[in-house]
Design a protein around this ligand. Structure first.
Ligand code: IPE
Ligand code: IPE
Ligand code: MG
Length: 254
């Protein structure tokens, strides 16, 4: 099998990739196992993709690990997921440090169990000086909540007179989001064949290229990532312009 990595154009990589890691439960069920087994195996994919993104020079990787809606799952599954999160961070933090990966968390941090908050905060602090890949975990995350929280912040600034209504720009709004420190993702990948956004980065994905693959997350490997990158590189990002305009803009000027 050809290594797809050799075909990826390193000069045209997205700066930020966002992934909805989906299909763990079905993957486990297909093997006659409990859904939680799929979550365990999914951690191997996380490690592999964090590695792959670091190696190739991606600057930001956001992984949707737990949505606010996921709190509605059976308690045993939620508990297992939180425990897995704590154990994984505990186990991986040394490697993150070594591999120059900087950890961030977005979402409703306060709603996570105390032990989880503590482990995350420590890992964030321990990796704060790293300058390689920024790994952003979306935990207890809801894009609608994020947008509402930003709106409240802006409303409060307007009410106090710190900000004029006419100064509420896209940029100001962006600065009030959880993701204010990161550029918008150019590429969003969702595994498992589902073709929806599920309350993920609704504001930030406005012009992202969306890539859907039937592969379940526990089977997702570096070659699948390269496949997504190749697909991304075959697309023409027009941002409302015509194809002719894009081609003239990118033609070398003599
Ligand atoms: C994604 O896999 C992991 C989380 C949402 C935490 P799922 O658990 O949603 O797996 P499926 O979609 O039920 O197969
Ligand atoms: C989205 O997956 C959330 C995560 C991957 C963490 P879900 O499996 O929860 O999404 P829906 O409910 O099928 O849309
Ligand atoms: Mg799912």
């Amino acid at each position: 099998m050809t290594d797809l990595l050799t075909m990826v154009d390193r000069t045209r990589l997205p700066e930020h990739i966002a992934i909805i890691m989906d299909g763990n439960g079905r993957w486990a069920r297909e093997r006659g196992q409990d859904r939680v087994y799929g979550h365990y195996e999914g951690v191997i994919s996380v490690r592999e993709i964090v590695d792959g993104c670091g190696e190739i020079g991606i600057k930001y990787l956001t992984l949707y690990a737990f949505s606010t809606e996921n709190w509605n799952r059976p308690k045993a599954e939620v508990d297992a997921l939180m425990e897995l999160l704590v154990n994984t961070i505990r186990k991986e933090v040394d490697d993150l440090k070594k591999n120059n990966v900087r950890l961030h968390v977005i979402g409703d941090f306060a709603s996570l169990p105390d032990v989880c908050q503590k482990e995350m905060s420590e890992a964030i602090e321990l990796t704060a000086m790293n300058t390689g890949l920024n790994l952003i975990l979306a935990l207890s995350y809801s894009a609608r909540q994020e947008i509402l929280t930003a709106t409240r912040k802006i409303a409060a600034m307007v009410q106090s007179g710190a900000l004029a209504v006419d100064d509420v720009t896209e940029e100001v709004f962006h600065r009030c989001l959880n993701t204010s420190d990161f550029p918008d993702p150019e590429l969003m990948i969702r595994t498992s064949g589902e073709t929806r956004i599920s309350n993920f980065l609704l504001f930030q994905l406005a012009y992202a290229e969306l890539y859907f693959t039937p592969v379940h997350w526990p089977d997702f490997r570096k070659q699948n990532l390269y496949e997504a990158l190749l697909d991304y590189q075959r697309r023409e990002r027009r941002f409302g312009k015509t194809s002719e305009q894009i081609q003239t803009d990118s033609a070398p000027h003599v």
